[in-house]
Design a protein around this ligand. Structure first.
Ligand code: ADP
Ligand code: MG
Length: 674
């Protein structure tokens, strides 16, 4: 049978592992071939089904070779044409005068009168019935025709398991159709169906499918969470060492820091691994909470690892950890990719024999040649910059059992994302900044006023303050990125004689970079010209002016993070966002958001609306499967219903839950993001 022959390759080409999964390959739109339209009733630009009898077919050679077929509409005798610019001899042979055709396409006024170009056509008799359902148009890939997909899917629909996976009252209660009804309706809507609600995915049949997808996600997350609770982690109960740091800190914890520290302490005392996200706006003091958590691990005779996405961030953490931990007699080591040879071997040896209680570094920390003696806590800063595998790899370093995992982020996860992708994550929020922070006055300035900005910089630094000059991130090219910073540095050096101006960028060697940062921190430099390497974690309280060039090219979250480098000292702080003209309406809107808000949550929400969820999920790095059908913002009601239903289904009918997951995740992949 041609059908069964076609479907395996269709299935493979579309990337499905099982034939039944093809029932979830859903149309993007429909064509109405259920009724004929008269030529005189055709609306311009709207495709329709017409009928005609061929009166003549000829090959023309000008302006190019083509087959011109002339037809008359049987009922009215009106004439029209269609043209095929590519055709096979077999088609030419078939299209003979007298043949009756049904053609689907758009009719336009053309060179030869009313005409269609490459319509879909088939020969019919007066008896041939019209289809009773709309014709689905499926997403496809190169080399696969609609006809083959349609055939394969209708074959699968005849045999696939479409049984209900939800308990009886649930679909009714939610006002959703049954699974089979929804699937059949979406593949073959009835002529009276509301096409726009189908195509915009608002139709109840669509809502059922989206609900099922979200339910599968929620089930999968709950099962993961259940698994995690069955895993073992070291119980870290004693907190004496952490309390010694608390006594020595030059400041009291804010009440938010304290609350979050208590939450973490409680987690660390459990027998299963912590899986917690510590969320706090730029400058809210996450590092200090992380240091306390590390000390809980160390105080219980284990090790802690602290990982940041870039060397410069990791280094900032390293310096802070040393400053706080070494006076307590705790050995902190540094491990990054740039560390080579003997130094690296020594660091690895200290980690392996346990002399180093805390290791700080980049992803080099979880490479194969690094073995911890007894890793009990993995801390990951700016977690969204890592892929899932990288985050999880650090956990594999636990000896025998899993280490506790503390992730930190200054980019708040919007509620809908937290409920879906991050549902198996406990979240702690530091929602308060340390006292004494000054608001940052943010101004948006066209780069035509660059000279004024430079003059202002001079006055500012003359008064003893320090400033950052940040150069744009050019995504496509690290080289250009570097060029921009080097040029800006050279210009400023020429324009501002007498000021001490340093340069930091990602291509500097680690020790050179560290030297520049240290000089800036020590007040030996007035201005630090930098690429976005200073984005997160750099902490120089005396720096109170920041100029960001080409701010229009940067993401909102990134601008917010950059700006968070100032406003940390006693001085009034200023951030100048330079943009180059002309500025698009969107860019203008985004810069306005940054100018008017200093609230990371407001900014993140705007960022999500403008850029979609991928940024938050680190999906670009991880390739975590995103939802295919549901839209977290638009379908929030379904998300909430799915969350409740998942809990209920696992409790009342685990078999149905299993079948539901098998339907949606036939490859055993899942929706985990964290
Ligand atoms: P982030 O949350 O952005 O990582 P940091 O941990 O770098 O913030 O903290 C920013 C600055 O605030 C650091 O200089 C830190 O020492 C300081 N800090 C942290 N907690 C407090 C506090 N409770 N009171 C005063 N300053 C604090
Ligand atoms: Mg930080």
């Amino acid at each position: 049978m041609a059908r069964t022959e076609a479907s395996p390759s269709v299935q493979a080409k579309l990337g499905y592992r099982s034939a039944d999964a093809l029932v979830l390959h859903l149309p993007i739109r429909y064509e109405d071939e259920t009724r004929l339209t008269r030529l005189r009733d055709l609306a311009p630009g709207r495709p329709a089904l017409v009928e005609g009898i061929i009166s003549r077919a000829e090959i023309l050679y000008r302006p190019r070779r083509q087959l011109l077929v002339t037809l008359t509409e049987p009922e009215t005798g009106e004439g029209f044409h269609f043209r095929l610019l590519n055709f096979y001899p077999s088609q030419q042979a078939q299209l003979k005068p007298g043949l009756r055709l049904r053609l689907y396409g758009e009719v336009r006024p053309g060179f030869f009168g009313a005409e269609m170009i490459h319509p879909r056509w088939r020969s019919v008799t007066t008896e041939t019935p019209l289809p009773t359902a709309l014709t689905p148009v499926y997403p496809t890939v190169a080399g696969l025709t609609q006809g083959r997909i349609q055939k394969a899917i209708s074959a699968v629909l005849a045999t696939a398991d479409l049984t209900e996976t939800l308990p009886a009252p649930l679909p009714d209660r939610l006002g959703l159709p049954g699974f089979e009804t929804a699937i059949r309706r979406l593949h073959a809507p009835m002529p009276g169906d509301d096409l726009s609600s189908l195509e915009q995915r608002r139709h109840p049949a669509w809502r059922r499918i989206k609900f099922d997808e979200l339910l599968a996600q929620q089930l999968s997350l709950r099962l993961h969470a259940g698994q995690r609770r069955r895993q073992r982690a070291p119980v870290l109960a004693g907190t004496g060492l952490a309390e010694r740091l608390l006594d020595r800190l030059p400041f009291p914890l804010t009440s938010a820091q304290n609350r979050v520290y208590q939450e973490i302490r409680t987690d660390l005392g459990q027998t299963h691994p912590m899986h917690r996200l510590l969320q706090g706006d730029v400058g809210s003091g996450k590092t200090c909470v992380a240091a306390l958590a590390a000390l809980v691990a160390v105080g219980n005779g284990h090790q802690a690892a602290v990982m940041a996405p870039t060397e410069i961030l990791a280094e900032q953490l390293y310096l802070k950890f040393r400053e706080w931990l070494e006076p307590l007699g705790i050995r902190v080591v540094w491990l990054a990719a740039a560390l080579k040879g003997k130094a690296k071997r020594e660091a690895a040896a200290e980690i392996a024999d346990g002399d180093a209680a805390v290791a700080v570094g980049t992803h080099a920390l979880f490479q194969d040649d690094v073995a911890f003696k007894s890793l009990a806590l993995a801390i990951v800063d700016e977690q969204h910059r890592f892929g899932v595998e990288q985050r999880l790899a650090l956990r594999e370093k636990g000896a025998g059992n899993l280490p506790h995992l503390l992730m930190m982020s200054a980019t708040p996860i919007p509620r809908t994302l937290a409920m879906s992708y991050f549902a198996d994550l406990d979240v702690s929020v530091i929602d308060e900044l340390p006292p004494g922070r000054k608001p940052i006055a943010t101004k948006v300035v066209g780069d035509g006023k660059r000279a004024e900005v430079v003059a202002r910089l001079r006055d500012y630094c003359a008064g003893g303050a320090q400033a950052y000059w940040v150069c744009p991130l050019v995504e496509e090219s690290e080289k250009l990125d570097l060029r921009a910073a080097i040029d800006a540095h050279a210009e400023l050096v020429a324009e501002l004689p007498g000021l001490r101006i340093g340069l930091a960028h990602g291509r500097l060697k680690a020790d050179e970079k560290a030297a520049v940062m240290a000089a800036f921190k020590a007040g030996e430099l007035d201005i630090l010209v930098a690429t976005t390497v200073i984005e997160v974690g750099v902490d120089v309280p005396n720096a109170s002016l920041m100029v960001i060039e080409h701010a229009e090219r940067m993401g909102l979250a990134q601008l917010h993070q950059l700006r968070g480098r100032v406003g940390r000292g006693g001085r009034e702080s200023i951030c100048l966002l330079l943009y180059s003209e002309p500025l698009s309406e969107t860019a203008r809107r985004r810069l306005r958001v940054i100018r008017d808000s200093q609230d990371g949550f407001v900014i993140a929400r705007e960022d999500l609306a403008m850029r979609g969820p991928g940024e938050f999920l680190g999906a670009r790095q991880s390739g975590a499967p995103l939802l295919r059908f549901a839209d977290l913002e638009a379908d929030q009601d379904l998300l909430e219903a799915a969350r409740d239903a998942a809990a209920e289904l696992l409790r009342t009918d685990p078999d149905a839950a299993r079948r539901h997951l098998d339907r949606w995740l036939p490859r055993g992949d899942d929706f985990m993001a964290a």
